[in-house]
Design a protein around this ligand. Structure first.
Ligand code: TYD
Length: 133
């Protein structure tokens, strides 16, 4: 079983460059209530290390690359993110970590809810207990 899904977005490209469109109720999988992005990332400093109880997220590596690791408490899977037109869907109750950021990595996330610390599971042992594995 795959612990993640990709969503491929159409790229409108011409000699001027490439354009990707994300539209509510058209090609996005949930109503977006929050957008955040990360820059100035360091290959030796991984991030994430949590799961969410309810939140759904769609992540993009708009520039550069990184590695995303998923864990459902039973198995671990990792994928490389390196395409600005491929969104990676992060569902609730999936532990995730981001590793190996390239220097130029620009990491964008669309989220289904506002920031809520009580939605986070930040301790792996607690996550394992909650998923019952
Ligand atoms: P954190 O969850 O540690 O980032 P990551 O899991 O990607 O490594 O978030 C870093 C800080 O930013 C933390 O203090 C919470 C805060 N934050 C917000 O205030 N709003 C947000 O939407 C997000 C994602 C984080």
């Amino acid at each position: 079983m795959s612990l993640f899904n990709w969503i491929d977005f159409a790229v409108i490209g011409d000699t001027r460059g490439q354009l990707v469109v994300l539209e509510q109720n058209k090609n996005l999988p949930f109503v977006v209530q929050r957008i955040y992005y990360m820059t100035g990332l360091d290959s030796s400093i991984p991030r994430g290390f949590h799961a969410h109880k309810e939140l759904r997220q769609l992540a993009f590596c708009l520039a550069g690359s990184c590695q995303m690791l998923f864990d459902d408490g039973n198995q671990r899977q990792s994928v490389v993110m390196s395409s600005s037109s491929r969104g990676l869907l992060i569902e609730p109750m999936i532990w995730h970590e981001m590793h190996n950021f390239s220097k130029d990595c620009v990491f964008l996330v669309l989220a289904s809810h506002h920031y809520d610390e009580s939605d986070y599971i930040r301790l792996y042992d607690e996550f394992k207990l909650l998923v019952g594995k």
